[in-house]
Write a protein that binds this ligand. Structure first.
Ligand code: G3H
Length: 174
């Protein structure tokens, strides 16, 4: 799942390290209810190291393990801006990202390819887990994990729709 709605989500700003909104906290509580109703006692919980994900994971009421590799894509010099502000400030950058969202790297930040690469250890460790695993992370990161697990072609990964306030449940098969 993505974290609950954050202050930056509400303001349409990317990146940052903002806290949850009331609505986001409501989702975190609902997530706890969902886990209590559907998940076994030995559920493993991983989150990113960012406040919005940690707060969401904490609300679940189980011990959770923070992973830096689960942090959201780094928007570099555009961290904290809205998409409209980026398009106004640097239209050529916005255009370059539109043209190749998989490979476009934010200046001093990351591309989707970078995110996919840094998730390697998370994927390896996740695949070794014998117990069910709840990952509380971010849009780009969930896209990459979902894309890997569901064998989605890389070019399509940055365009997957991963809504807020939704749990995606995947069951691995041999
Ligand atoms: O930067 C945060 C966004 O949730 C990632 O979405 O890659 O579609 O801009 P985007």
């Amino acid at each position: 799942t993505r974290h609950g709605e954050s202050q930056f989500n509400q303001a349409g700003r990317i990146g940052g390290n903002s806290d949850l909104t009331d609505r986001g906290r409501g989702y975190a509580r609902a997530l706890r209810g969902f886990v209590e109703a559907h998940a076994p006692d030995d559920l493993v919980v991983w989150s990113s190291t960012l406040l919005r994900a940690r707060e969401t994971a904490r609300a679940v009421g189980r011990k959770s393990h923070p992973w830096k590799a689960l942090d959201e894509i780094d928007a570099g010099i555009y961290d904290g801006l809205t998409y409209a502000a980026i398009a106004q400030k640097a239209p050529q950058e916005a255009q370059a990202r539109r043209a190749d969202k998989l490979r476009y790297r934010y200046p001093r930040g990351e591309s989707y390819e970078d995110v996919i690469r840094r998730l390697d250890p998370v994927v390896l460790e996740g695949e070794r887990q014998q117990r069910p695993l709840l990952i509380v992370a971010h849009n780009a990161v969930i896209r990459a994990l979902y894309g890997y697990l569901c064998e989605i072609p890389a070019e399509r990964i940055p365009h997957q729709v991963i809504p807020l306030h939704s749990v995606i449940e995947l069951t691995p098969r041999a």
